[in-house]
Design a protein around this ligand. Sequence first.
Ligand SMILES: [Ca+2]
Ligand SMILES: [Ca+2]
Length: 218
Amino acid sequence: MTTAFRNYRDSLQRPLGDVGLKIRSLVPVVILSSILLGVVLSAATAATDETYGIVTNTIDGDTIDVMIEKADHRINSGVERIRLADVDSPEINTLEGLEARDFAYAVLLGKRVFLDLDDLKGRDDYNRLVGVVYLCSESDTPVPVPCFNRMLVDSGHAAVDNYTDNEFNPQDWWTASPSDSVQGQLEGTVNGILGELRELLAEELEKAGRAIIDQIRG
Ligand SMILES: [Ca+2]
Ligand SMILES: [Ca+2]
């Protein structure tokens, strides 16, 4: 067996080497991009911080009082009664109604919440602001998923009741529906990563090919 042929055989049996290392170095980039995109996709469909404030009272599962901290043109007073959009909890004079109120009390009372207020009608027939409630993260930003409206339904303390006179579609709370611009962002990032991988592989394969030819010639 000639030295050139032995080198050629060894080169085929060698692991990916530099190429493998570079590909492996891209894995965290791909994972991080996916996580960031997931966050963007989740938050893309809702205006989660039109206003915010502290919950001072829980009337029942789907109605709370909030002491407003951030001004909004739809806000009339310091403490506003908020009716959660598109969900219905049992009446307060039933056992299920009391359980729903207790759930809202345990999760929300005294806490800061963020609100996406209804942009269409704004208030219901009882002059309550209609909106979607988001919990507050440790960094004082809204937690986009799940919203409290969905939490009520998931915990069995409310049923979905989609009013068509408000801006909200409760389906969005369970199904991501990214806007075209976000889809574009996603495609751009994926294409960028694939392009980088293609260039890297072509470059390394060309180098490996040249090395093999040199070895055979040598
Ligand atoms: Ca809104
Ligand atoms: Ca609706």
